[in-house]
Design a protein around this ligand. Structure first.
Ligand code: TYD
Length: 138
């Protein structure tokens, strides 16, 4: 996409006993995986995210249920609907993201290229848009 986001199709091992998907750093995601976290028990109508990252790259997977990921650089906005356990959304650095419309019982699994660092976040939208616009010029 224009923002560098893309849907990644993950390997699937289908089996009558239940299906299996695996993700290897550097293979199915273009980074080494430093951290895994997941969102769950998200109440209906809530949204998560609302920030961007200076360096962090992520792969976002709807491990269960479904939700929307809205990504933006302050100019262009794109919406991705995730509802399969074998699709991931790759989100590069310097992209604002909001997650919304979580289905009941959904699990948002996130693979991240770095460990948690609050200093890597833009939490102020105006600050992010200014920094992103400036970065494009350099
Ligand atoms: P935050 O990243 O704002 O959640 P969201 O993805 O919905 O925007 O994180 C919420 C809180 O959890 C914040 O206080 C930081 C903490 N946190 C960690 O301690 N480690 C982590 O890996 C993450 C993702 C969050």
């Amino acid at each position: 996409s224009a923002l560098g986001c893309r849907i990644v199709e993950l390997p699937r091992v289908t089996d009558a006993r239940g299906n299996l998907t695996f993700i290897e750093g550097g293979e199915h995601v273009p980074f080494d995986i430093a951290r895994v976290y997941y969102l769950y028990d998200v109440p209906g109508g809530e949204f998560r995210g609302g920030h961007a990252h200076r360096e962090l790259e992520q792969l976002i997977v709807a491990a269960a249920g479904s939700f929307d990921v809205v990504v933006s650089d302050g100019v262009t906005t794109e919406r991705f609907f995730l509802n399969r356990s074998y699709y991931g959304l790759y989100v590069p650095r310097m992209v604002w993201r909001e997650l919304e419309d979580f289905s009941s019982g959904s699990v948002c699994l996130v693979l991240a290229s770095q460990r948690y660092d609050e200093g890597d976040y833009y939490r102020d939208h105006d600050e992010f848009v200014a920094a992103r616009a400036a970065a494009v010029l350099t």
